[in-house]
Design a binder for this molecule. Structure first.
Ligand code: MG
Length: 237
């Protein structure tokens, strides 16, 4: 090795992740507020006001998971037809709200651009189903993502590791070489279970527990490739 500079450069390059796996709702898009309105309206439609405890249990959940929580909170049986009708109602409500205006989380668009310019692979890894994700992809720009995984395309949604395992697989990578970016405890648990290092950018609705392989940041504003290297590094130490 000829100089310290070379050594340091190699060390830096070695610690960059191969890919970034992006959560969507609450991480890239300020869409948790739309889900908040939709699940509360759904609860009312099904027969009762939603408690804060129930609301928190639905944050970052798959739609099937959220529906189970809401049905349980209202004492409703998990009848397949009733669940299907509730899901349709909720998705229609969210579609309307998305159409009225989807907004980026602070720094999200710039962070996506930075990751692209750094030459890293990317996948969108969301619990939201394909139907709504397609609308969101149109808004965000499909060029930001090499692949996308939706909640209805894996055996189990977050907090199960399946969506992140599938995201890494679609990119041909080991999840341990990928950094996930998440805002919720549910999504962070999924990424950790898949073996990804996680950059946690809390949305403020509910706290994400600290733990090994997790680094926290207040927002995506000013995110650099060095920051991503630091996240990747925290899973190897
Ligand atoms: Mg989220």
């Amino acid at each position: 090795m000829s100089s310290d500079q070379t050594t340091s450069d190699l060390a830096g390059a070695a610690s960059l992740p191969r890919a970034v796996l992006w959560d969507m709702d609450g991480t890239l898009l300020d869409s948790e507020k739309h889900w908040d309105v939709a699940v509360r309206d759904l609860s009312r439609w099904l027969g009762g006001e939603m408690s804060e405890q129930t609301r928190l249990a639905t944050v970052g959940a798959s739609s099937a998971g959220a529906l189970r929580v809401i049905f349980d909170s209202l004492g409703l049986a998990h009848e397949p037809e009733a669940l299907a009708a509730a899901k349709e109602w909720m998705y229609s409500r969210v579609e309307t709200l998305f159409a009225d205006g989807l907004e980026w989380r602070p720094g999200a668009r710039e962070a996506l651009t930075m990751v692209r310019e750094a030459g890293l692979s990317t996948a969108l890894v969301t619990n939201t189903e394909r139907r709504l994700t397609e609308t969101a992809l149109d808004v965000m720009g499909r060029h930001f993502f090499d692949a996308s995984v939706c909640g209805d395309e894996v055996p189990a949604g977050k907090p199960a590791p399946d969506p992140y395992l599938r995201g890494a697989q679609l990119l041909g990578l080991d999840p341990r070489d990928c950094v996930a970016v998440e805002d919720s405890p549910t999504g962070t648990a999924a990424a950790t279970a898949a073996g990804c290092a996680v950059l946690v950018v809390p949305g403020g609705v509910i706290d994400v527990p600290t733990g090994p392989g997790r680094l926290f940041r207040d927002s995506l504003v000013g995110l650099t490739s060095a920051d991503l290297a630091a996240v990747q590094g925290c899973i190897r130490t």
